[in-house]
Design a protein around this ligand. Sequence first.
Ligand code: SF4
Length: 218
Amino acid sequence: MKQSETAEEREDRIRQICARLAAAYPDAACALTHANAFELLVATILSAQCTDERVNMVTPRLFQKFPDPASLAAAPAAEVEECIRSTGFFRAKARSIIGMAQALMTGFDGKVPSTMEELTTLPGVGRKTANVVLGVAFGIPGLPVDTHVTRITNLLGLVDSTDPVRIEQEICDEVPREDWTLLSLRLILHGRAVCIARRPKCQQCVLNTLCPSARSLS
Ligand code: SF4
């Protein structure tokens, strides 16, 4: 928070940040190709340390071979690993998605649960992944905090922390619930296109008059 900023000014600044991001990224949407909550959950786990484009290249074949929790739960690890190899960390990811599918079969009747508490009991599923699934698959507002959201909310002076849980709590306290999911998606797009790590394009940034970090980074 800027030293001299009043609560009212801060509220207004946050409102403007959300509005400008909405205008800049009107079509923000989850870029992971999926047909249902199960596919989104798998794709989101695979997207760790990997681009969405790369994940979208491997998931059609993966879902063709293992289209539901039952088939993935019974899948040989080597076959899954072979399908997802190019996403990196493929052994750990194969373990996670097979374990996740097994947990769906044993604990949730083969269905993806729709609460944060239940989702985060699944192997490989943390708050970020759970928030993606809640927001995108179930329309339940959530604020996934990834590296872009962490960096930009700090640069904007909205938070002063690298702890994703704390960032999620603090931003959710100040932003209307219905905006959480899209705000996260828009910050991620902004982080890829403009507020790039270590070389932000402040001159071109729609937030530059609202950002306390703009001048020093230009
Ligand atoms: S003004 Fe610069 S530092 Fe601030 S959000 Fe925009 S690109 Fe990032």
